[in-house]
Design a protein. Structure first.
Length: 179
């Protein structure tokens, strides 16, 4: 009985270990293909991983559909994959969803939903999301106009080297919008 239990444990360990290696190889193979512009191979390698819930792959598929990279440009598919990744907390996917809602790409245009996704991304330190929040608060799009909050988000993005945030922050000081 001990030998049977040990054999089963070893078999499960080997199967799980080889599945992880296979998954890792497929992701890397897809990434290498993507980076070299072989989007058909990237899609073939990544599609099963995306279906299994890999947020990084879902994000990358979203990029492919947003940009029409190896697939027909399809904003609805881009939003589908980006949403799956964003709901798992992936900041770049949250940022891209904010863009989709801001521009009405694949979804109805909705400033409040754009703000929601950008805020989640910005809170994780995504500089472009922080900048976009600054713009939205400065202009009062989707939120009440609030220069102090705009300044907060611009500062965070500017500290990371975001040129647009640095410029807008400078303008706010020069124009004495925020004291």
């Amino acid at each position: 009985m001990k030998n049977l239990t040990a054999t089963i444990c070893v078999t499960i360990t080997v199967l799980l270990g080889s599945a992880g290696v296979s998954w890792s190889v497929d992701f890397q193979k897809g990434l290498t293909a993507y980076e070299s512009g072989d989007y058909a191979t990237a899609l073939r390698e990544w599609a099963p991983l995306a279906e299994q819930g890999d947020a990084r792959v879902q994000y990358n598929l979203g990029l492919m559909y947003f940009g029409g990279l190896g697939v027909l440009q399809d904003y609805e598919s881009a939003v589908k994959w980006s949403t799956l990744a964003a709901e798992q907390g992936l900041a770049p996917a949250q940022y891209n969803l904010g863009i989709a809602y801001d521009k009405g790409q694949g979804v109805p245009q909705d400033d409040k939903t754009a703000m929601k996704w950008w805020k989640l991304s910005a809170e994780q330190g995504h500089a472009s999301a922080q900048y976009n929040l600054g713009v939205m608060y400065e202009r009062g799009n989707g939120v009440p106009q609030d220069y102090k909050t705009a300044l907060k988000w611009y500062k965070l993005a500017a500290e990371q080297g975001h040129a647009g945030a640095q410029f807008n922050l400078g303008l706010m000081y020069v124009l004495s919008v925020v004291i």
